[in-house]
Write a protein that binds this ligand. Sequence first.
Ligand SMILES: Cc1cc2nc3c(=O)[nH]c(=O)nc-3n(C[C@H](O)[C@H](O)[C@H](O)COP(=O)(O)OP(=O)(O)OC[C@H]3O[C@@H](n4cnc5c(N)ncnc54)[C@H](O)[C@@H]3O)c2cc1C
Length: 269
Amino acid sequence: MKPAAFQYFRASTTDEALDRLAQHPGSKVLAGGQSLVPLMNFRLSRPDVLIDINGVADLGRLAIEDGELRIGALVRHRQLAESGDVAGAVPVLPLAAKHIGHWAIRNRGTIGGSVAHADPASELPAALVALQGTVVLRSARGERRVAAEEFFQGFFNTDLGEGELIVEVRIPISKSRFGFNEVVRRPGDFALVGAYVERSGPGGSVTWFGLGGRPERLLVDAWPQDAAGRGTLLEELVEGLPLDVSEDYKRAMAVTVAERAYQQAEGEK
Ligand SMILES: Cc1cc2nc3c(=O)[nH]c(=O)nc-3n(C[C@H](O)[C@H](O)[C@H](O)COP(=O)(O)OP(=O)(O)OC[C@H]3O[C@@H](n4cnc5c(N)ncnc54)[C@H](O)[C@@H]3O)c2cc1C
């Protein structure tokens, strides 16, 4: 399949990309191209104008500042999976990033693209919700910051506005311990269901993805010490999700992945 004809601009600065976005309503940003290009090839997306941001060096910045891990929109999944700085600051992030697609996808795909695309089965949007991250958006109108929990609104639906570019995501460096687990049909596939579990004092949180249109984070006051008690609690939490999880097998998998993530957070496995 071939895409419909489009105009192509390659931006070399963030301001240039923002100018182009403002000049061409309905244009699309091209980052890693791992989601957008297949959609264009199948003509499910037909932008008249593509604005390639791969030449914008500032967007590839990865830094730890003021107690936060700051990840530029163009940081590739592979960098997240392999960076020692990321592993030191937010250890669960590389664990999850290694599960994204295959080598070729991780070499090209970017965190900004994953967050903008908002596939409900994606690891990184859920990581941002679990880790209480923030999405930094810029447009010709200025900059705004949106909590990840509010940014993801439903199936492939976000708070990203017309003319806005994701420039960075920020993750607070927390003392909590996090674990991650997911179930896939084959290695490299999108998750059927995945979970991040947080251990903070006696309680924490669980964030599920792949169950509905967006990641859902639920607070846990106190984690039961025994697996049977946690199983009961996790079943209740799945029941209480504001989602229509109609498939029984998905509910069962949600409990299983959360228990495995709990054990990882505990350092038990
Ligand atoms: C075979 C295959 C398997 C995959 N498996 C997984 C998986 O297991 N888990 C997973 O999470 N993902 C998976 N992916 C998707 C992959 O992670 C993509 O890289 C990601 O979803 C999109 O990132 P990208 O940089 O390629 O974005 P692009 O494809 O370039 O863009 C995607 C969308 O985001 C917009 N966009 C991109 N950057 C910005 C920005 N900075 N600001 C505003 N809008 C922006 C684009 O306009 C477009 O609408 C898979 C993809 C393929 C092809």
